[in-house]
Write a protein that binds this ligand. Structure first.
Ligand SMILES: [Cu+2]
Length: 479
């Protein structure tokens, strides 16, 4: 399955959405979350089943995907226009499809914790919701994996959903959806964390006495791809001098944060997590926590054959990259290490600071080495999930959430069904950057503001599957 075929599948789904309307939904505005799938075709259908992925000619893996492929098709939806999605589960395990970054009711959000129903093994269920906000969102399995590395986010159950209706980032010649991925996960005691590169940050939350107990097993990988192809296999991205590329990146890893560069070029960051940023910045590399999206515009002004990929040599050479080839250029793809610069969300914001919300929620993250036997566990405010009624929101109130990371890892934290505005990262203030996932730096602090405007249960968690499975989550509820 080639990239353009994936895009084609996405547009097929779009074409189909144009023909199958549910008049009842369009009129009522408040669709029933689950209609009987008996009559009429849904606008979209996702078929969960085993698939093979040919990373390169000599390396074909088997996993679970959507509609016969992994990643799943790029689904295009229109902001505010209700959709129905049939999820058909052809596996032996109950499944959940989560719509990451969408502001939709808990019943259709796709997590067990929020009370969304499972799609039973060899069963099906229809989901109905109104997509939004506009921008780069994604869908993925939200099943727990625990010590089973063939479940949940470790499988190929992920794909982009693009919600049309937002501001166009300006003229561009090609739009590409690139998902960063690792495969064939394994447990390891020697996890190298070169990826998070937040180690040189101020460490405002570093405890004075560190827990030196031996660390639990973590999840690693040696096999990587962008979409379904390892670097050097599949078609290159073919460009011409003078073109503008719009690339929508997604870090679909269940395991790690990533830094990405295109050799010989700079990338202009125009949106974070699908939301346009107040101050676009042109950079040598970008950094994506697991679950995050970044949209960049690249001016093709340096003819050659280049590698777009991970800045970590081992990861790039094990597949996390794609060749970018200018017309008429045929030599070996070239890589150039970009200058090292710390990733800083605050540069995309405005210098005007937002008014401090009246309500503040304090959160302290801690790791208990080998708290679950072989594995580490995580605590939020000294307690395991679900925190009973510790995090209760009042409809309409604006909150400031202070996340204090007292662990030796950078955690991509995600709150379902709400949007965050970044207020402060490691003491540096900003405003106007809207996100749904934020990497809280190594021993660092991230402060975000949000309005409680989505009644129902909302799951807050680390987007690294193992961390979430072993306690790094909490439930927000409404009073
Ligand atoms: Cu984490």
């Amino acid at each position: 399955m080639k990239r353009r075929d994936l895009l084609k599948l996405g547009s097929m789904a779009l074409a189909h959405a144009g023909t199958a309307r549910l008049p009842l939904l369009a009129q009522s505005g408040m669709p029933m979350p689950f209609a009987a799938p008996a009559d009429g075709k849904a606008d979209y259908s996702l078929h969960i089943a085993p698939v093979t992925v040919e990373l390169d000619r000599s390396h074909i893996i088997s996993t679970i995907g959507y509609n016969g492929v992994a990643p799943g098709p790029v689904l295009r939806m229109r902001e505010g226009k209700p959709v129905s999605v049939d999820v058909i589960n052809d596996t032996d395990a109950p499944e959940l499809v989560h719509w990451h970054g969408m502001l939709i009711p808990a019943e259709v959000d796709g997590t067990e914790e929020e009370g969304s129903p499972f799609v039973p093994p060899h069963g099906r269920r229809r989901f109905q919701f109104t997509p939004g906000p506009a921008g780069s969102r994604w869908y993925h399995s939200h099943a727990m994996a625990m010590d089973d590395l063939h479940k949940g986010a470790y499988t190929g159950q992920f794909g982009f959903v693009f919600v049309e209706g937002g501001n166009d980032p300006g003229h561009y010649d090609q739009e590409l959806f690139l998902a960063l991925r690792d495969w064939e996960p394994f447990f390891t005691a020697t996890m190298e964390d070169d990826d998070d590169d937040t180690h040189n940050s101020p460490m405002l939350e570093k405890p004075t006495t560190l827990n030196t107990d031996p660390n639990g097993l973590e999840v690693g990988s040696m096999t990587y791809s962008i979409n379904d192809k390892a670097l050097g296999s599949g078609d290159p991205i073919r460009v011409r001098e003078g073109q503008r590329l719009l690339i929508r990146f997604l870090n679909a890893s269940a395991i790690e944060n990533r830094r990405i560069a295109l050799a010989g070029h700079k990338m202009k960051v125009v949106a974070l997590d699908g939301n346009p940023v107040p101050t676009p910045q042109t950079l040598d590399s970008i950094f994506l926590g697991a679950g995050e999206r970044i949209d960049v515009v690249i001016e093709m002004n340096h003819p050659g054959v280049w590698v777009l990929g991970s800045t970590e040599k081992m990861v790039r050479e094990s597949g996390l990259g794609v060749v970018v080839e200018y017309a008429g250029q045929h030599h070996q793809p070239q890589w150039i290490d970009p200058p090292k610069a710390p990733w800083d969300y605050t540069i995309f914001g405005t210098s005007t600071t937002s008014p401090v919300p009246q309500q503040t929620i304090e959160m302290i993250f801690e790791k208990i080495p080998r708290g679950a036997g072989k594995f580490n566990t995580f605590l939020v405010n000294g307690k395991p999930y679900p925190h009973e009624r510790e995090f209760v929101l009042q409809q309409g109130t604006r909150y400031r959430l202070v996340m204090r990371n007292r662990t030796d890892d950078a955690h991509p934290m995600h709150l379902h069904r709400h949007l965050w505005e970044l207020a402060e990262i490691n003491g540096k203030k900003t405003a106007g950057v809207i996100k749904d996932t934020v990497v809280v730096p190594y021993y660092g602090r991230a402060v975000v503001d949000f309005t409680a405007n989505q009644p129902g249960l909302s799951l807050f968690h680390c987007h690294i599957q193992q961390h979430m499975d072993y306690g790094f989550k909490a439930l927000f509820r409404y009073s």
